[in-house]
Unconditional design. Structure first.
Length: 193
C-alpha cells in the first residue's frame, strides 16, 4: 500500500470536515446543501485511489462525469473548482501535520498533481459541454470559408475557436488579426453584469 494513500485514508474525516467548513465559508450557492460533505468525500476518495494506483485516470474520469452533472444542476465552473481547491488545501494542511519532513514535499506534489488532473478534466469537459449545449455541436471548419477564427457566446462566456488545421493553429499575422477582431464584439457581450 502506498504510504501517502494510507496516511490520507487515516485522516479522511478530518480532511473532508476541514474542506466542508472552508467551502461553507466561501458561501458557494450550490454547496450550501447538506450533500456537500458527500461530494467532497467522494472526490477525496477518488484522489486517494489515484495516488495509490499512481494513475490520474481515476480522478480524471470522475471529474469528467461530475462536470456534466454539475453543469445540468446549474453550478458554475468556478463553484466546482472551489470545491477542488478547498479539498486540496485541506489535504495539504493535514498531510503536512501528519507526515515527516522528508515526506511533505512529495505529498504536496502528489496531491497537487492528482487533483490537478481532475481539475483539468473537469474544465475540459465543462467547456466542451457548454459549447455543445449552446451550439448543438462543436464548430466544424468550412473549407470554402477563409475565416481562421470562429466565435460563440454562451451567457457571459465568449469562446474563440481557431481552425487553421493545416498550420496547426500557428499564430501568424493573419490569425492574430482575426483573433483581435473576434475579441472586440465579445468584450461588450461578456463584460455586462
Amino acid at each position: 500500500m502506498d504510504p501517502l494513500a494510507a496516511a490520507l485514508r487515516s485522516m479522511e474525516d478530518r480532511v473532508v470536515d476541514d474542506a466542508c467548513a472552508a467551502l461553507q465559508r466561501r458561501g458557494e450557492p450550490h454547496y450550501r446543501a447538506g450533500d456537500s460533505r458527500r461530494k467532497l468525500l467522494e472526490l477525496f476518495r477518488r484522489v486517494v485511489a489515484s495516488i495509490e494506483a499512481r494513475d490520474p485516470s481515476t480522478v480524471a474520469f470522475y471529474s469528467e462525469g461530475i462536470a456534466g452533472e454539475r453543469l445540468r444542476a446549474g453550478f458554475s465552473i468556478a463553484e466546482v473548482q472551489a470545491a477542488f481547491n478547498v479539498l486540496e488545501e485541506a489535504m495539504w494542511a493535514n498531510a503536512v501535520d501528519a507526515l515527516e519532513v522528508d515526506q511533505r514535499i512529495q505529498a504536496i506534489e502528489a496531491i497537487s498533481t492528482y487533483l490537478g488532473a481532475g481539475r483539468d478534466a473537469l474544465a475540459r469537459t465543462y467547456v466542451s459541454s457548454m459549447a455543445v449545449g449552446s451550439a448543438g455541436s462543436s464548430p466544424q471548419p468550412n473549407p470554402d470559408d477563409p475565416a481562421l477564427v470562429v466565435t460563440d457566446v454562451l451567457g457571459r462566456i465568449g469562446m474563440i475557436t481557431m481552425r487553421d488545421h493545416a498550420k496547426r493553429n500557428a499564430l501568424g499575422s493573419r490569425m492574430a488579426s482575426q483573433i483581435r477582431a473576434a475579441l472586440e464584439p465579445l468584450r461588450s457581450t461578456t463584460s455586462a453584469p
